[in-house]
Design a protein around this ligand. Sequence first.
Ligand code: SF4
Ligand code: SF4
Length: 361
Amino acid sequence: MSANTQAEVKPRPQVHFATRLRRQALRLNRLGRELKMIAWGLMDTKHVLLAHLIPIRRCNLSCAYCNEYDDHSKPVPLDLMYRRVDRLAAFGASIITMSGGEPLLHPDLDDILWRIRRTGALAGMITNGYLLTAERIQRLNQAGLDHLQISIDNVMPDEVSKKSLKVLDQKLELLAEHADFHVNINSVLGSGVRDPQDALTIAKRALALGFSSTVGVIHDEQGQLRTLSDKATDIYHEIKNLGKGSYARINWFQHDLADGKPHEWRCRSGSRYLYICEDGLVHYCSQQRGFPAIPLDDYTREMLRQEFFTKKACAPHCTISCVQQVGTIDNWRSPQTQPGFRPYPKPASLVQLGSPTPGAD
Ligand code: SF4
Ligand code: SF4
């Protein structure tokens, strides 16, 4: 069977009735916590909504476009990770997501996830999925993982990315069978993607397996838009209309970008969204590392407040979807009038590889 057709023909793995009931109860529990998070986010602007925390920079893959990994870094020690989680909890972080590198390479990942859950935050993870097995997924269930995202770049692996549906489809089936947590599959569109049709195939397969689906618009090394071709724009709109599991339909911020227009919004990075690198520094986001680059231990509530009102020059063409999702909570209020901590552009030493980053987010 070709990978191109499996979205339409491969059935979803059968799951026992008792398992379906348990998952439904967990889903409702998660939904309750998410609604509480949104309500609290709307009522109070002084806490962090989402933090991406890097437990290890090393990755087991080497996607040609990626500037967020290396092949040698050691895992961040567990006591340091605990300290960072607790510090984020003190800032009221509602969601703490493990990213990388490849977070599954961290030997104490489950302990970190459990620590996150103990703070009351939702626990998330972004992974390339290669290291998932049935047993590993069950341990993630026990650790309390709430959300998992895998980015799939193409249907067949190529020299740019091995994160292909052909390789990962068996992992997706394992997730459909064993995962108690929510799974989102992100596909990508934009220059650098050989066949935009792949994104549609991947989105359909995700929905057929009972997952949600998002589509990322390729950005350059500073998180900025690369214009979509007409075909890619058409496919973006087709994915958007796939049904309720297709979150592209509610990611309004992408609609302008897909049509090649700047998007008016207020980036609250450094305040409502924090990116904490493996060295424990707070950055605006994965593509604006170096700003403000202040140790999390030294980050203060005053800095959170200042960044809430700081206008980010890169916002109109930004494609970093997680920060834009966070922005929707506050876009309607509190105009940003302050200039950034430091001027753009970022230091050349932080621009690695100089190519777009489709999957990582
Ligand atoms: S995109 Fe993800 S999987 Fe690929 S090298 Fe970067 S961190 Fe690893
Ligand atoms: S607008 Fe915000 S999220 Fe987007 S690239 Fe700039 S700092 Fe990062």
